[in-house]
Design a protein around this ligand. Structure first.
Ligand code: AMP
Length: 189
């Protein structure tokens, strides 16, 4: 299996690049943000539990997020591999993912981090909000999300670096160029 983590702050281009990567490598895309938004839209119990947390730009508790992710992996026993987008966002999530994958005799193949500075992120998300209307893309919520990234999520990078699994790609530039940089790394796995 090819199990990739596409890592980066909000607005780094994870969604855009994931769409292309799943097509090229025939992987199952698991975006925890998309899954939460679907639960909120469908007004499930889980959706009701997390909607305020997400609207405020906070991270959903690890226990809820990990359980949802494991369910999603189990739903796809025939998968050639997964691309994890927006997960893991804490070291506890990264550890839980490793433990779960080990339990099904799998592991993370590699982690590719999209590098984008804070100024560019803020500009991109302001544009995205005009189109998506996502409440958590509004300026004050976005500030909180970027804070969550730099206080909690960034620590996931040394976790994977210590395992020798981390590669960084410049996330600023043409979508096609960034895609080519990503595939150059993935093709070496
Ligand atoms: P995203 O679409 O990945 O930016 O996620 C949107 C929101 O969903 C985040 O701001 C968090 O509130 C929540 N979320 C998504 N993934 C996670 C995760 N792995 N851990 C905790 N919260 C998450």
């Amino acid at each position: 299996m090819l199990n990739l983590v596409l890592f980066g702050p909000p607005g780094a281009g994870k969604g855009t690049q994931s769409e292309r990567l799943i097509e090229k490598y025939q992987l199952v895309h698991i975006s925890t943000g998309d899954l939460f938004r679907a639960h909120i839209k469908d007004q499930t119990n889980l959706g009701q539990q997390v909607s305020q947390i997400i609207a405020d730009g906070n991270l959903v508790p690890d226990s809820i997020t990990i359980a949802m992710l494991e369910e999603e992996i189990k739903k796809n026993p025939q998968a050639k591999g997964f691309i994890f987008d927006g997960f893991p966002r804490t070291v506890a999530q990264a550890e839980a993912l490793d433990t779960f994958l080990a339990s099904i005799s799998e592991k993370i193949t590699g982690v590719v981090a999209l590098d984008v500075n804070e100024e560019e992120l803020t500009q991109r998300i302001a544009k995205r909000q005009e189109i998506s209307g996502r409440a958590d893309d509004a300026a004050d919520k976005l500030k909180k999300r970027i804070e969550e990234y730099f206080s909690k999520t960034i620590h996931v990078l040394p976790y994977y670096e210590a395992q020798g699994k981390l590669a960084k790609v410049n996330g600023i530039g043409e979508i096609e160029t960034i895609f080519n940089d990503l595939t150059a790394i993935i093709d070496q796995y």
